[in-house]
Design a protein around this ligand. Structure first.
Ligand SMILES: NC(=O)c1ccc[n+]([C@@H]2O[C@H](COP(=O)([O-])OP(=O)(O)OC[C@H]3O[C@@H](n4cnc5c(N)ncnc54)[C@H](OP(=O)(O)O)[C@@H]3O)[C@@H](O)[C@H]2O)c1
Length: 313
């Protein structure tokens, strides 16, 4: 992936994206993110508008987010917007989806909800059985051939699965644009298991989801103020206690960059790694803060320092 401060090509495709994208899982999702309690359609509309104005030109959603509600909201906002947006969504290979026919139907439904004739990026959400990653890769190539999709990606694929999908697509003359996986300061598995290296070798864009660890890396959640609801179960109090020294170091480093916040430092660390973070935001204030991760860089020493602290969590 070419590194520049403004827009980069997604893998070997001509889809140009800003160094940060916008995650839209929380739009319309009541179960995990509590949509409707504390934030609503007007808040996420403001997130969309503000992010675009700040130079973020792409949004990541999925057919499964809010059971289609995230795609519907995004489709509406996009229709009302004068700024061009790169739209990425995902197909979920539910175990009852047993062939390419189900794939085509799901793609049509996503296009309808998004009010589009073609997608910029269509991703396979998870490498779930029983259908092989090769079959879904072939379906992705069909979608490109039918001009329903500009570029194709995968998500949550390990190195072997990604290489298998890449090989099928290559035979059809279609580049694998991206692999979207969990990557943040608190979860650096892909640096150790070879996936990040394989993406660099094959020029496949790495999209980093949960870049601020679902709010944990903002520093606002502590053992005394734990995360509420279903999400809280993932991050128990003892874990939040262990994270605090890292957050403190992020604050100190942020201070050396005109008072950048821990969230901005967390996102910037990913930019320094050459990957594409897609932070989610529930309101304009959060979106504004996250956009402030653009336009500056941590030094190599700060990156190393943060990793040392993160290893101690
Ligand atoms: N492919 C996949 O399997 C997969 C999985 C997960 C996510 N994703 C994608 O990645 C995107 C981002 O990941 P994510 O939503 O899991 O986690 P995230 O971006 O790390 O965290 C988002 C949450 O953190 C809080 N937050 C965000 N900015 C903040 C700020 N500046 N200050 C304080 N709090 C802030 C908000 O929740 P609160 O205010 O409630 O704390 C927000 O909903 C998703 O929207 C989705 O597009 C993909």
């Amino acid at each position: 992936m070419e590194i520049s401060e403004t827009y980069v090509a997604l893998g070997k495709t001509d889809v140009m994206v800003s160094r940060i994208g916008l995650g839209a899982w929380a739009w319309g999702d009541r179960l995990f993110w509590s949509y409707g309690r504390g934030y609503d359609i007007e808040d996420v509309r403001a997130v969309f508008k503000l992010s675009l104005e700040e130079g973020i030109n792409w949004v990541d959603t999925a057919e499964s987010y809010g059971s289609g509600q995230s795609e519907r909201l995004l489709g509406g906002f996009n229709a009302d917007s004068y700024l061009p947006v790169v739209i990425a969504t995902k197909f979920m290979p539910f175990p009852w989806r047993l062939g390419k026919g189900t794939f085509r139907k799901a793609l049509r439904r996503s296009l309808d909800r998004l009010r589009l004739h073609s997608l910029d990026l269509y991703q396979i959400h998870w490498p779930l059985p029983p259908i092989s990653v090769e079959t879904w890769a072939d379906a992705l190539a069909d979608a490109v051939q039918a001009k329903l999709v500009r570029a194709v990606g995968v998500s949550n694929y390990n190195e072997q699965q990604m290489r298998a999908a890449n090989a099928v697509l290559a035979k059809r003359g279609v580049p694998l644009a991206s692999n979207q996986v969990l990557f943040n300061l608190l979860d650096r598995k892909i640096e150790r298991n070879g996936l990040l290296k394989a993406c660099q070798e094959l020029n496949i864009g790495l999209i980093a989801y949960s870049p601020i660890s679902q709010g944990v890396l903002t520093g606002k959640y502590t053992p005394d103020r734990p995360i509420p609801g279903v999400r809280g179960r993932r991050y128990p109090r003892a874990y939040l206690a262990r994270v605090q020294p890292l957050v403190q170091r992020m604050r100190e480093i942020g201070q050396q960059h005109d008072g950048k916040t821990p969230a901005q430092v967390a996102i910037n660390w990913l930019i320094c790694k050459g990957v594409l973070p897609i932070p989610g935001a529930k309101n304009a204030r959060q979106a504004q803060e996250n956009a402030g991760a653009l336009g500056w860089r941590l030094s190599d020493d700060e990156v190393a320092d943060l990793e040392l602290k993160a290893d101690q969590v």
